[in-house]
Write a protein that binds this ligand. Structure first.
Ligand code: 2HA
Ligand code: ZN
Length: 270
């Protein structure tokens, strides 16, 4: 059996949580990540028949029966993952139609997965239907996106268009735009269901006055997606109080669509 700390999925998870902390997106215990793993890759590092303990999830997700996830722990700090991965992360397999998570590795101080586990698992279900290659759901508290939700209209078309206008690459990186949820109580099945519903039409879901969810095929792509939206929000927050002399026009957006072979969300460009 190979050392799980040397597994590419583990190395990437440690690098990503460390990097996100360094970006200031995951203060204290802020943020959480879940990454779907193939049984074949897990088997290289763990005896999958050895279950350390079972945890009830409080929701059902039959589509994820038997699937494996590497996930961050509740109350754990991203900044500490690199120093104690086995305490701050866990590897689980879902059973009983998603109602139980069997811990195969990690959460070694008796901890459990993130309080946002429902939002993560429900979002995985939805994104896998849209794109079978989806593997990652990522949540964090990027400063400027969060700031923007205090001063900007939460209308999804308006929010998206403004982000697209802030950097040329935005429409290429997230042509589906961003969806936005109003403030809701976090850590509940309700916000999980609402997030998953929003994930049907976009890989980015802003939680007003809280943070953002991103989905993607790997950690790099998902990080890059959030990074690009956050960069756009940063530029918006720098210019919002100044007169706008120039912008990226809808005509120019259409040129970007053609050049990069992407299709902007229906009805979002004039
Ligand atoms: O606990 O970010 O939304 C970490 C969070 C909750
Ligand atoms: Zn949060």
């Amino acid at each position: 059996m190979k050392d799980i700390l040397s597994a590419p999925f583990m190395v990437e998870m440690i690098r990503t949580t460390t990097n996100m902390y360094a970006h200031g997106w995951d203060e204290r215990n802020g943020g959480n990540i879940s990454m779907l793993l193939d049984e074949a890759e897990v088997k290289e590092y763990l005896d999958i028949d050895t279950v350390l303990r079972s945890i009830s999830t409080g929701f059902s997700a039959p589509e994820l029966e038997g699937r494996y996830f590497l996930v961050t722990g509740t109350g754990k700090y991203f900044k500490n993952v690199q120093y104690a991965p086995d305490v701050n992360l866990g590897l689980v397999r879902l059973s009983h139609g998603g109602r139980t998570a069997k811990v195969l590795w990690g959460f070694s101080d008796g901890g459990r997965f993130t309080s946002e586990f429902p939002a993560h698992m429900m979002s995985h279900v939805v994104r896998l239907r849209v794109d079978p290659a989806n593997r990652v759901i990522m949540h964090c508290h990027p400063t400027n996106l969060l700031a923007m939700t205090y001063v900007y209209d939460l209308n999804e078309r308006a929010f998206t268009r403004t982000l697209w206008q802030m950097c040329t690459e935005c429409i290429v990186v997230f042509p589906d735009g961003v969806n936005v949820l109003p403030w809701m109580l976090c850590g509940t099945n309700e916000i999980g269901e609402a997030t998953a519903e929003k994930m049907k039409t976009s890989r980015l879901v802003v939680w007003a006055q809280h943070g953002i969810y991103g989905a993607g095929k790997d950690l790099d792509e998902t990080f890059g997606l959030i990074e690009t939206a956050e960069k756009a929000a940063e530029i918006y927050m720098k210019i919002a109080h100044l007169p706008r002399v120039n912008t990226i026009t809808d005509e120019q957006m259409h040129l970007l669509e053609k050049r990069f072979d992407v299709k902007a969300r229906d009805g979002y460009l004039d």
